[in-house]
Design a binder for this molecule. Structure first.
Ligand SMILES: C[S@@+](CC[C@H](N)C(=O)[O-])C[C@H]1O[C@@H](n2cnc3c(N)ncnc32)[C@H](O)[C@@H]1O
Length: 254
């Protein structure tokens, strides 16, 4: 049996790493470090920093691996993601079989929280259920970009007794969801907030939250939307990649 820990490391600030995550880090023999392309180097470095900072009196190894990129040829988004995930699954299965000995503990350090817009849990569960290699796994929660965004802007995610809708830029572009007044958007490469009409919508936007490059902007979407677009484009140009999240809130009903 091989043990896998899927550890949420928080969304940027090494101080977002929880005590539970530190205890988990200190049980690991091998960390699997993905090389994802663009934001890769910075994020891989942060993973290493976390290991160096929190692991005490224990030797561990770092196993770098290349994650396959999603093909953009397929017009069906869900199909292309499925195909991409099955390639990742094969990479992970080989990694676990070849790089982790029986009885050892391996870990994936997942950005933010592993339960939010991340495929690691689905992929590991699939490998476990196929049964080619015997694994068991635990999940350690982390501070997500959504929580970090709200904390940085010093706002509650929800209005009293009201729901919060978390979605992607792709979905938001189809319109502000019905029956909610608050939407949090991740994975938005197209600034879908530009498609939102209506006066009185507020935006709380953050990029590179929790890191030294953090940028925060908030205000009426109609007042600050263009400014965010400009700031975002400039930051992306300078750094070569961007990670941003935002919350949109409609005015309270009277
Ligand atoms: C694949 S999702 C992973 C979400 C992650 N599991 C979490 O808990 O935040 C990646 C998206 O999360 C958001 N994100 C993650 N970290 C962020 C940060 N430090 N600042 C701003 N947005 C962030 C961005 O919207 C990014 O496109």
């Amino acid at each position: 049996m091989r043990k896998i820990l899927i550890i949420g490391i928080g969304a940027g600030d090494p101080e977002y790493v929880t005590v539970q995550a530190v205890n988990a880090l200190n049980r690991v023999d091998a960390f699997f470090i993905p090389d994802k392309g663009t934001e890769k180097e910075d994020l891989a470095r942060l993973r290493l920093e976390i290991c160096e900072r929190y692991i005490r009196d224990r030797t561990y190894r770092l196993v770098d691996f290349k994650t396959p990129a999603r093909s953009h040829d397929c017009p069906d988004y869900k199909l292309s993601v499925q195909e991409w995930h099955s390639r990742i699954e094969q990479v992970y299965e080989t990694l676990l079989a070849e790089e982790l000995g029986e009885g050892e503990c391996g870990a994936f350090l997942v950005w933010g929280d592993p339960t939010l817009y991340d495929s690691t849990l689905r992929i590991i569960e699939k490998i476990k259920s196929k049964g080619n290699i015997a694994i068991e796994y635990d999940v350690i929660p982390g501070i997500s970009s959504v929580q970090a965004l709200a904390a940085k802007h010093r706002i509650a995610l929800n209005r009293i007794g009201e729901p919060v809708h978390i979605t992607t830029g792709r979905k938001l572009a189809e319109g502000f969801p019905d029956n909610v007044d608050t939407v949090v958007v991740v994975l938005d490469g197209e600034q879908a907030f530009k498609t939102i009409e209506g006066t009185g919508v507020d935006i709380y936007w953050g990029a590179y939250i929790g890191t030294k490059d953090e940028i925060l902007v908030s205000g009426r979407l109609s007042d600050v939307g263009d400014h965010i677009e400009g700031v975002r484009a400039q930051a992306r140009r300078q750094k070569g990649w961007i990670m941003d999240t935002y919350l949109l809130r409609k005015p309270a009903e009277k």
